[in-house]
Design a protein. Structure first.
Length: 327
């Protein structure tokens, strides 16, 4: 193993820079050169590389986003695009790739391995935290903390004005951010894609809480819920209540506020652990594995096995959703 390439792909996640830094420095410690690939798989297909050394990744640990940039690259989903990417890997004499991203990133890496024999070490980084075979993905903790901080602020103004706030958090297909942020932010109701929320039941809960003396109410909605986003849920609730709850309604969409910002200590540590483990993975001859952390221990799982499994919501937190997490 003489030199490797590093790329970040898909949506950015705070903690990606910690992983880049750890890969470069762990590689340098065993005599492996690192090349940063700009703008994800798009840069890989175009050969947009830059040399990275220990000093070039100094002072990036605390920065959100990714210094390498990231784009959605539909062309990598085609045979022609993957062939161009493999040609660039060969032309630069890269002995392996460290790819940092979510499910789409892992799928592209697996296909590069299957079709062209590219050696891949994948690091799970997505705020949705929807990758199997890992306790947590890079960026999730920072995203949840950003959502909770925003909810705390909203709760203050909701309590002052006596309003019902519907707060939309990210999560197109999974409700992990909504679940964690809702429970830790003391939401009165949490609406997630994995569990259909009956609008009639939700309305009854809100009425009961308000009549029980709660001046303000806070409902967290995952953007991908089957009932729609926060605007849709709020509209359905207002129509069903039809004046039975004499309060004002407001909707706040947190959007990309959750994606950026200074990474938490947890995401910095996770990125550092997984970055170093990715170098170990490639150096030990594991050619198409994802490195992750399970029970505070780095583990290596074949990427195809990771992609074959759907990550389940934590059963203990789902139990709390129906007990503690109610208005």
């Amino acid at each position: 193993m003489r030199q490797i390439g590093i790329l970040t792909s898909g949506g950015d996640a705070s903690g990606m820079n910690a992983a880049i830094r750890a890969v470069v420095r762990a590689a340098a410690s065993v005599g492996i050169r690192s090349w940063g690939i700009r703008n994800g798989f798009d840069g890989l297909m175009r050969g947009d590389f830059q040399r990275l050394g220990p000093r070039s990744v100094a002072h990036i640990l605390q920065r959100g986003g990714t210094i390498l940039g990231t784009t959605r690259a539909p062309a990598i989903e085609t045979e022609e695009g993957r062939a161009r990417a493999a040609e660039q890997v060969a032309a630069t004499n890269l002995d392996g790739l460290v790819i940092i991203g979510g499910e789409g990133t892992l799928r592209a890496g697996q296909m590069l391995y299957e079709e062209h024999g590219c050696r891949i070490a994948a690091i799970p980084a997505t705020i949705d935290n929807d990758i199997a075979a890992t306790d947590t993905c890079i960026g999730f903790d920072t995203a949840v903390n950003a959502a909770v901080e925003a909810m705390d602020r909203i709760r203050d103004t909701a309590e002052s004005s006596g309003r019902v706030f519907f707060v939309e958090v990210m999560g197109r297909t999974r409700g992990l951010i909504a679940l964690y942020a809702g429970l830790s932010g003391g939401a009165d109701a949490i609406v997630i894609p994995e569990e259909h929320e009956d609008m009639g039941h939700l309305c009854r809960r809100l009425i009961s809480a308000h009549r029980g003396g709660k001046r303000s109410l806070l409902v967290v909605v995952a953007e991908g819920d089957r009932a729609g986003g926060a605007f849709s849920v709020a509209e359905q609730v207002q129509q069903r209540l039809n004046g039975r709850l004499q309060v004002d309604y407001r909707v706040t969409v947190l959007g990309h506020l959750q994606r950026g910002g200074v990474p938490t200590a947890a995401d910095r540590i996770l990125g550092t652990v997984l970055g170093a483990a990715a170098v170990e993975c490639l150096n030990d001859g594991l050619d198409h594995h994802m490195v992750s952390e399970v029970g505070n221990t780095p583990v290596f799982t074949p990427i195809n096995e990771v992609l074959a499994v759907t990550k389940e919501l934590p059963a203990d937190l789902m139990h709390l959703l129906h007990t503690v997490g109610q208005a």
